[in-house]
Design a protein around this ligand. Structure first.
Ligand SMILES: C[S@@+](CC[C@H](N)C(=O)[O-])C[C@H]1O[C@@H](n2cnc3c(N)ncnc32)[C@H](O)[C@@H]1O
Length: 338
């Protein structure tokens, strides 16, 4: 049931239990099912037409058709992925988070009494570590399931952490935080207008002298990995039998940046599981999920931040402070309002 892998944060298709395929025809695998006669009834033609339509390249930042982070069924598996030390799907390994928090402390950005806002805190893996240093932490996340875990972890350690269920795109705090933190690339996932609005909100939420620290994906994180598929009796995406058709679309944008989309077309019997969303009829349900990344270079991200009223203090290859190189997969940034 739980053997199906979640979409990994970086390079999902490289990890999938998928057929190498010839990478040329989205409809080929599905057609083979119908040709075999196993599901050849009156509705299959319509199902195949919808699957083929769903597998088209997406428009830039075209959204998923159904919730992902806060879907009650998928969230259960996402929480497991967050807590799985061997999976990079939702969070980094604990040792890496330890290094990141130690780096923040060494830079004087975290420590006793420092007011920290963790945007997209998930199950509180970073927030808990910051609270152990004496920071006064507020965590915001969409996922009630992750927040529930985070609250119980704080209680178990006797730590006071404020956890809020909210969409951080609606952040409305003013002048409250010494450090706003966003870890594991969430800023990269938004279209420029949404990203710039979020940057303005972060700027407003910072107290005078405050800092914004986050990491963002670089083009090397998303090589074009083509197509893959998975069949499951029940797993990450759905409780019952389903097929997942995955494709990674990578498009150059400008200034050395690129748009990467990991698209997952999930085909199931339409009898429950994740929803709402998807295109369902008696033959089955087709739901498309898209994970977008605007992969930046140090120069392009600096330009974005400056346009949003920030000055970049430092950049690293990771939140743990690994020195900036030309060929990193990530870019970690310390920026302050100008
Ligand atoms: C990749 S995970 C990273 C979690 C955590 N920062 C870490 O490093 O362990 C992204 C998190 O952001 C949350 N998230 C995504 N979009 C969000 C939004 N618009 N508002 C609030 N939380 C969001 C997800 O629920 C998820 O917990």
């Amino acid at each position: 049931m739980d053997d199906e892998r979640p979409p990994a944060r970086p390079a999902a298709l490289g990890d999938a239990s998928s057929s190498p395929g010839d990478g040329t025809d989205a409809g080929a695998g599905v057609g083979a099912v119908a040709d075999g006669g196993a599901v050849a009834d009156g509705g299959v033609g319509s199902l195949l037409t919808r699957v083929v339509a769903a597998c088209r390249p997406p428009a830039p930042f075209e959204p998923s058709e159904a919730p992902f982070w806060d879907d009650p069924y998928i969230a259960r598996h996402l929480l497991a992925a967050h807590l799985d030390e061997t999976s990079p799907a939702a969070s980094r390994p604990g040792a890496e988070l330890d290094r990141a928090v130690a780096h923040l402390a060494a830079r004087g950005l975290a420590g006793p009494g420092v007011r920290v806002l963790d945007l997209g805190c998930g199950p509180g893996l970073v927030a808990t570590r910051l609270a152990r240093l004496g920071c006064r932490v507020t965590g915001v996340d969409l996922s009630e399931r992750s927040l529930d875990h985070a609250r119980r972890a704080a209680l178990a350690e006797g730590r006071e952490i404020e956890y809020r269920r909210a969409d951080f795109r609606e952040l409305a705090d003013v002048g409250r935080f010494d450090l706003v933190l966003q870890s594991y690339g969430e800023l990269s996932t938004f279209a420029p207008d949404v990203r710039d609005d979020l940057l303005a909100r972060v700027r407003r939420a910072l107290a005078p002298g405050g800092a914004f620290v986050f990491d963002a994906s670089r083009p090397r994180l998303h090589p074009p990995t083509g197509r893959g598929w998975d069949v499951s009796p029940g797993g990450f995406w759905r409780p019952g039998p389903h097929v997942v058709l995955e494709e990674c679309f990578v498009t150059p944008v400008d200034a050395g940046t690129q748009l990467a989309c990991h698209q997952y077309v999930v085909v199931d019997a339409g009898t429950g599981g994740a929803g709402p969303g998807g295109d369902a009829d008696a033959a089955g349900c087709v739901t498309t999920y898209r994970m977008w990344f605007h992969d930046h270079t140090p120069a392009s991200l600096t330009a974005v931040l400056e346009a949003a009223g920030f000055a970049v203090d430092e950049m690293w290859d990771s939140l743990a402070g690994d020195p900036l190189t030309d060929d990193g997969e990530w870019l970690a940034v310390l920026a302050r309002p100008r």
